[in-house]
Design a protein around this ligand. Sequence first.
Ligand SMILES: *Cc1c(COP(=O)(O)O)cnc(C)c1O
Length: 405
Amino acid sequence: MNYRIDENGFYGKFGGAYVPEILHRCVTDLQKAYLPILESEEFKQQYRQLLRDYVGRPSPLYYARRMSERYGCRLYLKREDLNHTGAHKINNTVGQILMAKMMGKTRIIAETGAGQHGVATATVCALMDMECEIFMGATDVKRQHTNVERMKMLGARVTPVTTGNMTLSDACSQAIRDWCSHPKETFYIVGSTMGPHPYPEIVARMQSIISEELKTQLAEKEGRNWPDYLIACVGGGSNAAGTIWHYIDDSRVKICLAEAGGHGIHTDYTAATMHCGTEGIIHGARTLVMQDDDGQIKEAFTISAGLDYPGIGPMHAHLATTGRTQILAINDDEAIRAGYELTRLEGIIPAIESAHAVAALRKLTFKPEDVVVLTVSGRGDKDIETYLSHSDMAKEETDHKKTQE
Ligand SMILES: *Cc1c(COP(=O)(O)O)cnc(C)c1O
């Protein structure tokens, strides 16, 4: 089975570039430019240096002793939460802004939902002295106020989007419209493994540093450079793509990805695209989409703003439908409980997105010698209020402690 992209920008039947005529030139320019840039010494040298000195890589691979005891395996956490700006997103924005510079672009645009990708983009724009405009649904502007302030402080213009449900999906559409109006000077920094070809591939390659580091780190700690299990959460799919990139063709490695179940996959309040979606086109790519019988895209619901997207990257649609990856839907309450669990057992407060991956542990059965690597995609500082509004779920952890004593 071929899991990689083909010459037309498809992963199996998913992917491609479905864009309006006016963007055709931009997209084909990027399709021609991206690989030569990524493979150039100039790019590699600058990208590696920024990842090391600015982002703080390599991110640690941490052996989680108490969690390992609880789940009966050898559990390691890949600590993307320790990166500058608090998540994996900066790996991608650092790379794409270098690409934009090398293509002679002068203006950066991006979409954001929770504001994490907006902050990571505004950050690299400050670093590189580039004009920056961030599109954000008006609902999210209200919900994620501190991230809006951070972007403004970094010098970005934040434009609220008032179409549709005024959330991430609408922000993406607005960014694409803006790109259509200023195609020549503008570079669109896409935040996840989604959008028209070559974006899913560009973002996956920028994040592949995660599994590149895993190989060296596992060899050091376990004497072999592969794990038995990889676990990550999926919104659009970028931290998951980076986590699995160097292991996709290695059948020894089982891959389990956690998508946001919301209140449950049998309710209307869900973002579990791979459980509930059907084939369709969203934001320039053929993939799995949550849509109604008329092909209208449905709104996604989850407690986690970063997973709140009715589509999924085409690479993941292919990996899931061919059976390479196992997809687990994790509901809001399961994620919150898992977030408290990691906090109380290891002293690490994960982003609620990442807590979905942690919750996957209890749905899997391990052998004691299994090496399990779980990516903590981001830190939970932004989610403290949400966690505290469900503090009844911390009780389970406290009760568990008491029974152990
Ligand atoms: C944005 C975000 C995600 C979801 O995005 P992916 O592209 O699926 O990785 C997950 N975790 C955190 C912390 C995020 O900020």
